[in-house]
Design a protein around this ligand. Structure first.
Ligand SMILES: Nc1ncnc2c1ncn2[C@@H]1O[C@H](COP(=O)(O)OP(=O)(O)O)[C@@H](O)[C@H]1O
Ligand SMILES: [Mg+2]
Length: 213
């Protein structure tokens, strides 16, 4: 991944429990592991990413909280302090918080379970994205084993809304919730596990997209 210019990744979705914070902590941790000055800006009033950081103790990545209205300034001051990889975690709405995160982002990731109700909830986000003209990708998350048909349907409905799909999806894996509950990542509790491998693939995919942006 290029290290010259700072990158801002926004993670948005209207649905709670779709995997925003899971993606945020795993990608920011992977970036820190790669030597990036990585920081999560948590704009969710529930501050789950910040709680994860408390459980984690002193380890990287840095997590700061910011009200959505201050997001631009928070990112600017992080960059001034040497941060070159920012992941913005957001609350479950398609409102001001999502809009500000999308505005600040180089790339937007939209985690979603491959289920009809979850996919239906992508529509307001799709509108925000098309207005902001930012590269954005749906990342299917918590995909049950062998759910090829489900994933294919999800792809189709995302496409209908004009959203692009990330070619990497994450399975429904205990390592994601077990690790997060302890302030860790899937790779830290099970380095050879499937969850860790999926994050690795996602990280490589993201690197290619950022290199092009
Ligand atoms: N791929 C996955 N496999 C298993 N559990 C997951 C997965 N993604 C998220 N979870 C769990 O689901 C819950 C909600 O995820 P979270 O990332 O907090 O969603 P959000 O931030 O969108 O509300 C958490 O307990 C998390 O550990
Ligand atoms: Mg969250």
């Amino acid at each position: 991944m290029p290290t010259s210019s700072p990158h801002v990744i926004a993670i948005v979705s209207q649905k709670g429990g779709s995997g925003k914070t899971t993606l945020a902590v795993h990608l920011a941790s992977r970036a820190a592991q790669a030597g990036r000055e990585s920081c999560i800006v948590d704009t969710d009033p529930q501050a789950t990413a910040a709680a994860w950081s408390d459980w984690r103790g002193d380890y990287l990545p840095v997590v700061v909280t910011s009200p959505p209205a201050r997001l631009g300034r928070t990112i600017e001051s992080a960059k001034k302090n040497g941060v070159d990889f920012v992941v913005v975690d957001t609350p479950p709405h398609a409102d001001a918080a999502a809009r500000e995160a999308i505005k600040a982002a180089d790339i937007v990731l939209i985690p979603s379970k491959p289920r009809a109700f979850d996919l239906h909830a992508l529509a307001p986000i799709a509108d925000l994205i098309s207005f902001a003209k930012k590269p954005a990708y749906v990342v299917l998350n918590s995909v049950p084993a062998g759910a090829t048909v489900l994933s294919e349907e999800a792809r189709k409905s995302a496409k209908k809304m004009g959203l692009k799909m990330c070619s990497v999806s994450l399975g429904d894996r205990a390592a994601f919730h077990r690790s997060s509950a302890k302030g860790e990542t899937a790779a830290e509790i099970d380095p050879e596990g499937k969850a860790a491998k999926e994050i690795e693939k996602l990280w490589k995919w993201l690197g290619k997209k950022l290199a092009r942006s």
